[in-house]
Design a protein around this ligand. Structure first.
Ligand SMILES: O=C(O)C1CCN(c2ccc(-c3cc(CO)ccc3Cl)cn2)CC1
Length: 324
């Protein structure tokens, strides 16, 4: 049995916040932001929470495929900004779309979340245990950002995107994969820390907004991620040139420049849309995938070889080379 991605969809809040809009509420400017990150705009929720965005994606996947929601076996949502820990965002989506026979859970791997979740979903199906599932990356990062910290507030955006999978594949969905984690360096990208606050222990860490050691994360991305992609290519017996497109986490366009150089691959195979959405963490890769299908860059006909690579909090990073 082979899993296959049969549908892709995305949804972002309507409210667009430009670099100039940000320069009105914090000490920054369009020139700095665009030259250092490649970001021009980002979509920021005016009230929709993460499950609302994810539900809109799930509804599109169901509508466009015509699948009966009661035939969906599982829903996995990759997010670090859930509406709540309990119920999970996936459980909230399950209720909203009427997937009464689906088991649902959230997966926490920050900007690697979609790749980690897709790897898991592929096994659920190719093992023969289940037939159909939905995998969504969804974030309302705007609710964890410290809006007084211009070094991070300008980088992130809100959004959701995902895929519908079933067992109709005639070839493996994942040709090769390599997921990695280094918890020792996890402290350089922190959010939503829940400290002990009880009659028996006092709070020792007040912060819960995002804090990021930008330099350290940037260097991690440039140093560790290309090695991971190369190692996964070796596992796949495919040369870098045989990959049609590279869909990497949309954190920073200068990082994509450096990755293309390190891999010796032409830069225009590294698709990008951070100029419009900023860094949407677990949603960034699936938004890029869904938009690429919608814009006709490639279709889901099984003829396209794509590298998906996430990297971020945990620290986590991982590549899946897939047949789309
Ligand atoms: O001064 C500059 O040029 C600054 C230097 C710091 N920058 C950074 C640093 C780290 C990230 C980042 C964040 C995540 C979290 O999802 C994941 C992966 C990455 Cl690589 C994005 N930008 C912006 C430009």
């Amino acid at each position: 049995t082979f899993a296959k991605i049969t549908q892709a969809a995305h949804y972002v809040p309507e409210n667009v916040v430009s670099n100039d809009d940000l320069s009105k509420i914090m000490d920054t400017n369009d020139e700095w932001i665009y030259s250092r990150t490649g970001i021009k705009n980002r979509h920021i929720s005016t009230g929709e929470n993460t499950s609302d965005l994810a539900t809109k994606v799930a509804k599109q996947l169901i509508e466009n495929s015509g699948v009966d929601p009661e035939l969906i076996d599982f829903i996995i949502v990759a997010t670090v900004t859930p509406d709540s820990m309990m119920p999970s965002t996936a459980a909230r989506v399950q209720a909203q779309v009427g997937a009464t026979n689906a088991f649902a859970y959230d997966l926490t791997a920050a900007c690697s979340g979609f790749v980690f979740a897709l790897s898991t979903a592929e096994k659920l199906i190719s093992s023969g245990a289940y037939q159909r599932g939905i995998v969504i990356g969804a974030e309302v990062f705007s609710k964890v950002i410290d809006w007084s910290d211009r070094s991070t507030a300008v980088l992130f955006g809100d959004g959701a995107a995902g895929v519908l999978l079933d067992n109709s594949g005639s070839q493996p969905l994942i040709i090769a994969e390599k997921m990695q984690t280094d918890g020792k360096r996890g402290g350089s990208l922190l959010s939503s820390y829940a400290d002990i606050q009880t009659p028996f222990a006092s709070v020792s860490y007040e912060g819960s907004n995002l804090s990021m050691e930008g330099r350290a994360i940037f260097d991690f991305a440039v140093r560790d991620v290309p090695k991971n992609i190369q190692a996964t290519l070796e596992k796949s017996d495919l040369a870098a040139e045989e990959i049609d497109y590279y869909l990497l986490h949309q954190a920073n366009s200068r990082i994509l420049d450096k990755m293309a150089k390190k891999l010796g691959v032409t830069r225009n195979k590294f698709l990008q849309n951070m100029q419009e959405y900023g860094n949407t963490s677990a949603a960034s890769i699936p938004i890029l995938l869904s938009e690429s299908v919608k814009n006709g860059i490639f279709s889901l006909d099984g003829q396209t070889k794509v590298v998906l690579t996430g990297f971020g909090g945990g620290l986590t990073w991982g590549t899946a080379i897939i047949n789309l």
